[in-house]
Structure formats: C-alpha cells, structure tokens
Design a protein around this ligand. Structure first.
Ligand code: SAM
Length: 293
C-alpha cells in the first residue's frame, strides 16, 4: 500500500460489514458498531456509508465472505479465551474492525491493534468522533509489515509473548509479499505462551474456479489495484499447510469458500454451493484458516 495514505481497502471491507447490517440485518455477523464507525449513513464517500448499487460481479458474495470470516474469527476467539485461557488479542491490519470496542471479555482479554500508521491515524479519528471512551480503545502499534517486525512493536506496546494470544489477520495476507506473510506466521508460532491465528488467504487462480468466480476475482483485483493496494500475496493451500506444520502449528482448519458458505450462509446458499461442488468446482479462490500452536 502507499505509505502516506490510509488504506482504502480497509474502508471497503468495513463498508461491506456495515451494508451487511443494513441489507441482511447482520444475519451472518452482527456488529452494532459497523455503521457507526463509518460515520453513520452519509451523503458522500468518507462522510459515512453511501448507498450505491452494489452491482460489481460478486459484490454480494464478497459481502457474505467478509461477514462470515469475522463471525468465524470471533467464534474461534471465544473458544480460545474460554477453553485455552487466551488473554491477549492482536488484530493485525485491523482497519475499521470494531471488536475492541465490543470486547465481551473485558479485562480478561487485552486487545492490541497493529496497522499501517496512516490507517491507524484514520481509525483514531473515527473512534474519537464516535465518542468511544479510551478504555474501550485497543492499544495501538503502528507498523509497516513490509519494513519492520510487528512482534517487536507489539512488545514495545506492552504485549507479553509469555501469555497465550490470539490473532485476527483478516483481509491482509493478499496485500503482502511472501516474505511478510511468512514472517507473520513464524512470529505467531514463536510466541512462548502459545499462538492462535485466524486469517483468510487467496489462492492463485486455478481450474476449479467457476467463470463467475474468475470474473469476480478479476473485478476485485482491478478495483484494489486502482486504489494503490494491488493483490500480491497468493498462497497455494498444499504449500501453506506444509509450512504451517514446519513452523509448529498443530491444529489447522482450512475452510474454502464452499465450506464457509455451507457453515454460515443458510440452507439455500449451502445447497447452491454443494451443487457447484458436484458440478466439479472443487473450491473457490478464498479460504479462511485457523491454526494454533
Ligand atoms: C482490506 S483491509 C482489512 C482491514 C480489516 N482487517 C478488515 O477486515 O476490515 C487491509 C488492512 O491491511 C493493512 N495493511 C496492508 N498492507 C500493510 C502493510 N504493509 N503494513 C501494515 N498494514 C498493512 C491496511 O492498513 C488495512 O488496514
């Protein structure tokens, strides 16, 4: 991304969550702050949530994917806190994620947000405008993942690697270089207190993708490249799983798009997803993966 500018894709992902509250009533992922963090419903871009026709190919499926990945991440986090004693959450490339302000675990879960400094400055403005009190703010660490170690920045911000920790890394890997992706996975695996991570990743285009999926992917790639955030971080599932094992991750669950649809999108879409699978579409291009050491 461009160093001096806050992330436009962060605004885009937040807009999908907000639209999901309005259009689907938060059926997949309920976030009572999703609209507010964008400034409510406004007249112009950057002044709130503008209603426009979501007619890009795959806009609805992308909205569902973004809602489902957050729902899945928050469910996995709850499991880690309640069953395995995780007491720190790191939101990597947090954008306008609102979990910190909704944290149901209170003092039992400290929340850190790591993001590009320019995006983080924009987030702080939004939180101040929402009049969210600083105790409900996360602890911020400003980092460029391509240039510096986020793990060191976290420790400087008060993170304790000896405590069991959970990471949300949503909508970020596809914007990073292979080296920055690997460094992130290695850093979480290296925490002595234990690390758990939920992240989504994009496969390179493959023959098992439908024509509709390919068109949606091409439209998304063109859109994000046009705002200076090209997708560069493609991951092959087999190679990724081998790398996770080598890094010491024990439990790994990888939900491809169809699995996610079956789990989160209700019987109608699940049936369509199964039909697509039966017709030979092995998997889509997007995955949500959970791994823990
Ligand atoms: C598509 S947004 C996702 C935001 C949020 N996780 C969500 O799901 O709404 C990508 C995020 O990654 C961050 N990001 C991308 N490249 C980065 C880099 N090199 N260093 C730090 N942050 C980066 C952006 O600032 C932005 O917040």
């Amino acid at each position: 991304m461009e160093p001096q500018r806050p992330s436009r894709t962060a605004w885009g992902a937040a807009r999908h969550r907000a639209m999901h509250q309005i259009v689907e009533g938060g059926r997949i992922f309920r976030d009572p702050l999703a609209v507010a963090i964008l400034g409510g419903v406004g007249e112009a871009e950057d002044e709130g949530l503008v209603f426009e026709k979501d007619d890009e190919p795959g806009a609805k499926m992308l909205r569902f994917f973004i809602a489902a990945r957050s729902a899945h991440a928050e469910a996995k986090l709850a499991e880690a806190v309640e069953r395995r004693g995780a007491s720190q959450l790191v939101v990597l490339g947090a954008g306008f994620d609102t979990f910190a302000c909704r944290n149901p675990f209170g003092d039992a879960l400290r929340v850190f947000e790591v993001d590009h400094p320019a995006t983080q400055a924009w987030k702080r403005e939004r939180l101040a405008a929402m009049e969210i009190e600083p105790p409900r703010w996360p602890t911020f660490a400003g980092v460029d993942f391509e240039r510096e170690s986020f793990a060191e920045a976290l420790v400087r911000a008060g993170f304790d690697p000896q405590r069991r920790s959970f990471v949300f890394w949503l909508g970020v890997s596809m914007y990073l270089s292979p080296a920055a992706i690997d460094a992130t996975l290695a850093a979480v695996a290296g925490w002595p207190g234990g690390g758990e991570i939920v992240f989504d990743y994009a496969e390179p285009q493959h023959d098992g993708m439908s024509e509709q999926g390919k068109a949606a992917r091409a439209a998304l790639q063109a859109r994000v490249a046009a705002v200076g955030e090209p997708m560069i971080g493609w991951l092959e599932p087999e190679a990724l799983h081998a790398r996770l094992a080598a890094l010491g991750y024990r439990a790994v669950e990888d939900l491809a798009g169809i699995d996610l649809a079956e789990r989160f999108l209700g019987p109608e879409i699940a049936a369509a997803a199964r039909a697509a699978r039966a017709a030979g579409q092995r998997r889509g291009g997007g995955h949500v993966l959970f791994a823990r050491t």
